[in-house]
Ligand binder design. Structure first.
Ligand code: VTB
Length: 329
């Protein structure tokens, strides 16, 4: 919504609580299929539940980061409109199950995530890779920079933190493409937490190093996950840079169609997610910052982070759902 001068107004803060229901429902649906080795089924269950809840919200929503392009994703595709239509015009980035493999194996840190922002404020990233670097709050602006070497970034973090570089831990996706990065980080003396999936959680973990043991997120992951992580950092503080990996003509053309004119541009978190952003993440499996869904005979428990960039308020919501029928149980 705009004010009379045409400026974007902050989103209604009630929406912050409303979107928690959306990720809760997706997380519960995925958690029912946790640890069963079936990534597709868990993902589909989360998608169905998220879509159902989203369509109850009083918003005029458009998915800009979703399950894929229209022809490849039957639901929550890019361009799909969601909500009742009666409410603010918003863009939505979502991942009903971030870390499908982690969920299928019942390993830590799979999440249901969503970010909502006024129309036009989220980077319409194609589903390509993005090189990312992120740190939590409290560092001087520009402490990390993708155009510098991993060693230089790690030393800058160590210096700003007032510790030797051996006490800095980087979180990196365990992928063959990261062989050189991993070698460089180890050569600098820093430690690495290798993760199998889930780099949205990886980035969020940098905001609370005392709890998570992670100071910096580095490496190449999904671009959609990059926009979601940027939205979270806008709310929690911290810095992130992302550079799309547009290494073929086909990818450059796709990106251009989505409005990306400079394929080498480095985006800051406030360029990937500008304006008043609200964000929610519910744990599916147990993790460093969020507990996974718990099932009891008489209730289901959920653990959710809900936040809003306008006021930089971060809330932890513990849900106790005594009516298990609302989740189809
Ligand atoms: C990451 C990670 C995701 O995709 O973005 C990764 O956060 C990148 O792709 O959980 P590859 O798996 O091809 O390396 C996921 O693992 C899955 O969406």
């Amino acid at each position: 919504m705009n004010d009379t001068a045409g400026r974007l107004l902050p989103l209604d803060r009630l929406l912050t609580m409303e979107i928690a229901r959306v990720t809760e429902a997706a997380a519960v649906a995925a958690a029912m299929l946790r640890g069963r080795g079936d990534e597709k089924a868990a993902d589909q269950a989360a998608v169905d539940a998220m879509r159902r809840e989203l369509n109850k919200l009083a918003i005029d929503g458009t998915i800009v980061i979703g399950e894929g392009e229209r022809d490849e994703a039957p639901m929550l595709f890019i361009g799909e409109t969601v909500g009742t239509g009666n409410g603010p015009a918003v863009d939505i980035a979502l991942d009903p199950l971030e870390g499908t493999t982690i969920c299928a194996k019942n390993l830590p840190n799979s999440l249901a995530v969503i970010a909502v922002a006024p129309r036009g404020s989220l980077l319409n990233a194609p589903d390509v890779y993005m090189e990312k670097i992120a740190v939590g709050p409290g560092y001087p602006d520009g402490v990390v920079d993708l155009s510098r070497s991993p060693e230089a970034n790690l030393l800058a973090i160590a210096e700003a933190k007032g510790v030797p570089v051996t006490e800095v831990t980087a979180c990196i996706l365990d992928r063959p493409r990261h062989a050189a990065l991993i070698e460089a980080v180890r050569a600098s003396g820093a430690s690495i937490r290798l993760i199998g999936d889930g780099d949205v959680a990886g980035v969020i973990h940098t905001t609370d190093p005392d709890e998570t043991g992670i100071d910096v997120y580095m490496g190449i992951g999904g671009a959609p996950e990059g926009v979601l992580a940027a939205a979270a950092l806008r709310c929690m503080g911290g810095q992130m840079q992302g550079r799309l990996q547009l290494n073929t003509n086909e990818k450059r053309a796709r990106a251009e169609k989505m409005g990306v004119s400079d394929p080498y541009r480095i985006y800051r978190e406030y360029e990937m997610a500008s304006g008043d952003v609200i964000f929610a993440a519910t744990g599916v499996t147990d993790g460093n910052l969020l507990e996974g869904v718990r099932f009891y005979p008489n209730r289901i428990e959920t653990h959710t982070l809900v936040m809003r960039s306008h006021t930089q308020t971060v809330r932890e919501v513990r849900g106790r759902h005594y009516d298990r029928r609302k989740f189809g149980l």
